[in-house]
Design a protein around this ligand. Structure first.
Ligand code: NOJ
Length: 570
């Protein structure tokens, strides 16, 4: 009896101590305090066509990226997200994938990918691939089989429907790139559905075989060493099976189609089941899932984290990205909103689909200063930043001026209202030599004239360049615990010109003050309330400074669009 009791006690003690040990052992890849690697990482988006061209054919490639890893490391990048580099007819420049488990010859080979992965990992840089899950290319073998006959093995891998009547698509849904979202297939006499171009047929995620095949794609790449995926167009994975017409609202879009609310083909709740499944696979490999999550409000964004934190770790907050004016009040509102969500915020200020931040916020007079101001903002907030290539040197959006020069198909069909996305995809500006050092051949898109004044080589030499400012802020962010993990505390919330906040972690704190106006500003702070007495500059723009005010508080002085980032002292 005694022995039995002893045995039970021993089992209980063993169970409790292993529970305790599990609680104390950080998850794989997390730091001693349990912060996962992606929470401290700085991500960098690379549009491979435009980053660096190693074989001088005018289009960037994987070896080109490999040749720039030292630059990225020195900048302070911990993870690169490469937009799709898989075999593709390139109708949507890679977002039309015809083979998910290979590399497009234009970008290199699988061996090049493996070498890039090894070289990146030697430098502690993670690789994130872009996973186009809503649709494939119409040249993908799955779709070729699907369209070959109504009884083909892959027929139900896509969305096929009869029309409403002769020449009439199944419903009124409009493709986001213009025209009906349904294309008639003469051979099998049915329509197939595509949220984007007709060459991008939507997968049928209600078919479990699609799910299995796509989940296996992620396994394929995890096993090759990738650290996660940016999931493309997650909101459009499912459609109403009854194909209800979408509500039509007033006006027409850039393509001349009626404006619609995507009530029945966007944001359906089933999306979350797929994300949970992808997360399960991802967790097996300690991966991270980043979402292209366009949302109307923070509640919608919040849902992408998953009810039990079991969906995306990093759903991008485009509500923040879409604050298109330097308004402290607007930014305050969005930052507070995303901080109220249940997961870790993800900040971007531009990407390959939207006009660069330089143009959205620039006033034509203080553009470089404003580029530094934006860096001072998204790189010091509580959250993970994703830098779009070229933002760090102040690259400008340079759209084509003639329709015949447009490469992005949506720019040709939407011209002149919609000029497409070429302007934000121009070649990276490495130096002031021919083609900005991107390629010896004529680049696939023209290099903007600004390469003479804004390029990596020159900016590295200039301590006051946008690039030098990015490097300083990123270096600080990597070592400063308050910036990495601290809470966000807004200050002076009625100030219409200056955005100020604290980042507080344990007994440390950082004060960030951002002048969003073109005139000098003096701002007073009472730091005592937060347990501090002073602040000392860590990284600031040239004209910013701090001094004691006559009433004992601290006063920060900032030049036009100036930045002050200071360490709080007791
Ligand atoms: C979002 C991507 O970012 C964009 O470039 C692409 O055209 C669409 N999804 C379709 O894949």
């Amino acid at each position: 009896m005694q022995a039995k009791r002893f045995a039970v006690l021993a089992i209980v003690i063993f169970w409790l101590s292993s529970l305790l040990a599990a609680a104390q052992t950080p998850a794989k890849g997390a730091d001693a305090e349990g912060h996962p690697w992606w929470q401290h990482a700085v991500f960098y988006e690379i549009y491979p066509r435009s980053f660096a061209d190693s074989n001088n054919d005018g289009v960037g490639d994987l070896n080109g990226i490999a040749s720039k890893l030292d630059y990225l490391k020195a900048l302070g990048v911990d993870a690169i997200w490469i937009t799709p580099c898989f075999p593709s007819p390139q109708v949507d420049f890679g977002y039309d994938v015809s083979d998910y488990e290979n590399i497009d010859p234009m970008y290199g080979t699988l061996a090049d990918f493996d070498r890039l992965e090894q070289e990146a990992s030697q430098r502690g840089i993670h690789i994130i691939l872009d996973f186009v899950i809503n649709h494939t290319s119409d040249q993908h073998p799955w779709f070729l089989d699907s369209r070959s006959s109504r009884t083909s093995a892959h027929r139900d891998w896509y969305i096929w429907r009869d029309g409403k009547g002769p020449g009439q698509p199944p419903n009124n849904w409009i493709s986001s790139f213009g025209g009906s979202a349904w294309t008639w297939d003469r051979k099998t006499k049915q329509y197939y559905y595509h949220f984007f171009y007709p060459q991008q047929p939507d997968l049928n995620w209600r078919n479990p075989a699609v799910k299995d095949a796509m989940f296996d794609v992620t396994r394929f790449w995890y096993k090759r060493g990738v650290s996660g995926f940016r999931l493309d167009a997650v909101d459009t994975l499912f459609e109403d099976p009854n194909l209800h017409d979408n509500p039509v609202v007033a006006g027409k879009d850039a393509y001349g189609d009626p404006n619609e609310v995507n009530k029945y083909n966007d944001n359906l709740p089933e999306v979350h089941d797929v994300l949970r499944g992808l997360r399960e696979v991802s967790d097996e490999y300690n991966g991270v899932l980043i979402g292209e999550t366009w949302t109307d409000n923070i509640e919608e964004l919040n849902r992408y984290y998953g009810h039990d934190h079991d969906e995306l770790q990093l759903p991008m907050d485009f509500l923040f990205t879409m604050v298109n004016k330097l308004s402290p009040a607007e930014f305050r509102k969005q930052i507070a909103a995303v901080n109220s969500a249940s997961g870790w915020p993800t900040f971007v200020i531009s990407n390959h689909d939207i006009v660069r931040s330089y143009d959205r916020y620039g006033d034509g007079k203080h553009d470089d200063q404003i580029a530094k101001l934006m860096a001072g903002l998204y790189l010091t907030l509580r959250g993970t930043p994703i830098i779009y290539y070229g933002e760090e040197i102040g690259m400008k959006t340079t759209p084509p001026t003639r329709r015949e020069d447009v490469k992005d198909p949506m720019g040709r069909s939407g011209w002149p209202k919609e000029k497409g996305r070429d302007g934000e995809r121009t070649p990276m500006q490495w130096d002031d030599s021919v083609n900005a050092g991107f390629s010896k051949a004529e680049p696939w898109l023209p290099v903007p004239p600004t390469y003479k004044t804004h390029n990596v080589a020159d900016e590295l030499k200039d301590p006051n360049s946008v690039l030098s400012f990015y490097k300083k802020v990123l270096a600080l962010r990597h070592t400063n615990e308050a910036l990495l993990d601290g809470s966000y505390v807004p200050l002076n919330e009625s100030d219409q010109k200056v955005l100020s906040y604290l980042r507080l972690y344990k007994d440390q704190g950082v004060l960030v003050v951002l002048n969003m106006s073109g005139v000098w500003q003096k701002v007073g702070f009472d730091l005592n309330k937060h347990g501090f007495t002073s602040a000392e500059s860590l990284v600031s723009t040239e004209k910013s400074s701090i001094h004691r005010g006559s009433g004992g508080g601290n006063v920060v002085t900032l030049g036009p669009f100036g930045v002050f980032i200071g360490e709080l002292g007791k």
